[in-house]
Write a protein that binds this ligand. Structure first.
Ligand code: XUL
Length: 525
């Protein structure tokens, strides 16, 4: 029975999942995580990132990711023993948007790695700059404006690439480096994403960038799946020659290099193009059919859903990426997720039990009370000056404030995702707050859709292992349907944890335009 190895190089940890897939027999054989701060202290990161003098600049050391890959491969090989030979295909995901800059030495060095030595000392000299800017960097506002102007405005850039210019996106980061660090830029032969860089280390030669992660760069023509000449020209001189090819996510682009087979006893397994962590999570939570929406309730809340067309968010706040399942996907981020829920909980001296009781004690619609839960600056809708806004809501009324924060979040999610998914058929809820059934009940009522809880601990990593299984099968014969690929591994609980209640659905249908008007008034101030 074949095994499939999936990696995820996240912001704070490096993860691996091995799945066993043979027809109807399927299961997780292994799951491991290496937390950067704990396992690789020598690199001096805090939560996986290097603190800089300028708070807007956030980088990470690509050598640390290579170190983690080497150690994880050793762990996987040791734990699987002889079974390691059953690994048929490997892929992974990386935190999106981060970029790695390789010099002219990279190609010959990577092609001739010595399997008797660790990876890191051998590749120290392959970078044209040591740091990799990551998604937490927000230092490129000037470059965003320059790129936007050069391609004919935000709307034009969003129509072309799926997103307007965002500070964390790779194109603006590349532009900043090419402008401010001409010597490093002149030395750069290849610009990789976190995903394609790690795939390159596995292959011992340049790996492609997949359409999913490529859509997080402001550089790719989303509909065509290839670099957009106008975006490249607006970004940096000589960029086309420095980018790898783009390929569909299901591409088998090579085989595991001899460095890894000799070093850790793995076979020359198929290498499938790596993708970004969000596209990979879409597979890992089993959201593979249009209408099935995934909502992750974490520090920030994220909503993503498969799409059949390469549209874009008319408000400019959200993104459209290519999906590893073939079509496209929406991604909408709400910064005030757990942050806002915890703020209200703490402001009223409650614990989570008290928070849930308050939700159960108060009626849907909250007697007309409304809250805009902007404890911190918000991404969707864009809010730079934070502060909770209330309407018909007394600040000291604990129960009403609890209901107002959750209703505000769910109404906002529904309003700002309807451009992509006008009709949600079901929701797969993940993340810490998805444990709270009372929050999920509000979600079900606002979206008028059943909510299923998904208990997958690392959906990006599981998504990678499942993508490896899918691409392996597709490279041998007809591609298996995605519903079959995720069945038994990524599908959520079989019964919904919350079903929409018709009376509450009606209340929220009436409340939605009122909430939208309140939000618009606050934004125009
Ligand atoms: C998405 C984004 C983050 C990173 C890190 O646009 O910036 O979700 O992918 O997880």
């Amino acid at each position: 029975m074949p095994l499939y190895l999936g990696f995820d190089c996240g912001t704070q940890s490096f993860n691996a999942v091995v799945v066993e897939v043979d027809g109807e027999r399927r299961g997780v054989a292994l799951e491991r995580s290496l937390v950067f701060g704990e396992c690789f202290p020598a690199y001096g990161t805090t939560n996986g990132a290097l603190p800089g003098e300028d708070p807007l600049v956030v980088e990470a050391p690509p050598l640390m990711w290579a170190d983690a890959l080497d150690r994880m491969m050793g762990l996987v090989a040791a734990e699987l023993g002889d079974d390691v030979r059953r690994i048929a295909a490997i892929t992974g995901s990386g935190q999106q948007h981060g970029s790695v800059y390789l010099n002219g030495a990279a190609a010959p060095v990577l092609a001739a790695l010595d399997p008797h030595k660790f990876l890191v000392p051998q590749i120290r000299g392959v970078f044209s700059r040591q740091g990799a800017p990551i998604w937490m960097d927000s230092s490129t506002s000037a470059e965003c404006e320059e790129i936007t102007a050069a391609v004919g405005g935000s709307e034009a850039l969003a129509r072309l690439t799926g997103s307007r210019a965002f500070e964390r996106f790779t194109g603006p980061q590349i532009r900043k480096i090419s402008k401010n660090e001409p010597t490093a830029w002149a030395r750069t032969r290849r610009v990789h994403l976190v995903s394609s860089y790690l795939a390159t280390l596995l292959a011992g030669r340049d790996a492609p960038i997949d359409h999913g992660d490529g859509s997080g760069m402001n550089l790719m023509d989303l509909a065509m799946g290839r670099w957009a000449p106008s975006a490249l020209a607006a970004t940096a001189n000589g960029l086309a020659a420095r980018l790898p090819n783009t390929v569909p996510s299901a591409t088998v682009f090579g085989r595991l290099s001899s460095y890894w087979t000799l070093r850790h006893g793995l076979p020359h397994a198929k290498l499938v193009a790596w993708t970004g962590d969000n596209p990979s999570s879409l597979v890992g939570v089993g959201s593979v059919t249009p209408g099935v929406t995934a909502v992750s309730l974490g520090t920030s809340d994220t909503l993503f859903a498969p799409l059949s067309e390469p549209t874009h968010d008319p408000s400019g706040a959200a993104h459209v990426f290519a999906s590893p399942t073939g079509g496209f996907m929406s991604l909408v981020c709400f910064r005030n997720g757990s942050l806002a829920r915890e703020h209200v909980r703490d402001a009223h001296g409650l614990d989570w039990t008290g928070f849930s009781e308050a939700l159960r004690r108060t009626p849907p619609g909250n007697g007309g009370a409304l809250m805009l839960p902007w404890v911190e600056p918000e991404i969707t809708p864009p809010v730079l000056t934070p502060g909770i806004r209330r309407s018909a809501l007394r600040e000291e009324d604990a129960a009403a404030n609890v209901r107002a924060v959750v209703e505000g979040q769910m109404l906002s999610m529904s309003l700002h995702s309807s451009w992509a998914t006008p009709r949600v058929t079901r929701i797969h809820a993940t993340g810490g707050a998805a444990r709270n059934t009372d929050i999920l009940q509000v979600m079900a009522d606002v979206f008028d859709a059943p909510v299923y809880r998904s208990e997958v601990p690392n959906s990006a990593c599981l998504g990678a292992a499942l993508r490896a299984a899918h691409a392996d099968a597709a490279s041998e014969g007809p591609a298996p349907p995605w519903e079959d690929v995720v069945r038994g591994l990524a599908d959520p609980d079989s019964e919904p944890v919350a079903r929409p209640r018709p009376a509450a659905v009606d209340v929220y249908r009436e409340m939605r335009p009122k909430y939208a008007a309140f939000e618009e008034r606050a934004l125009s101030r």
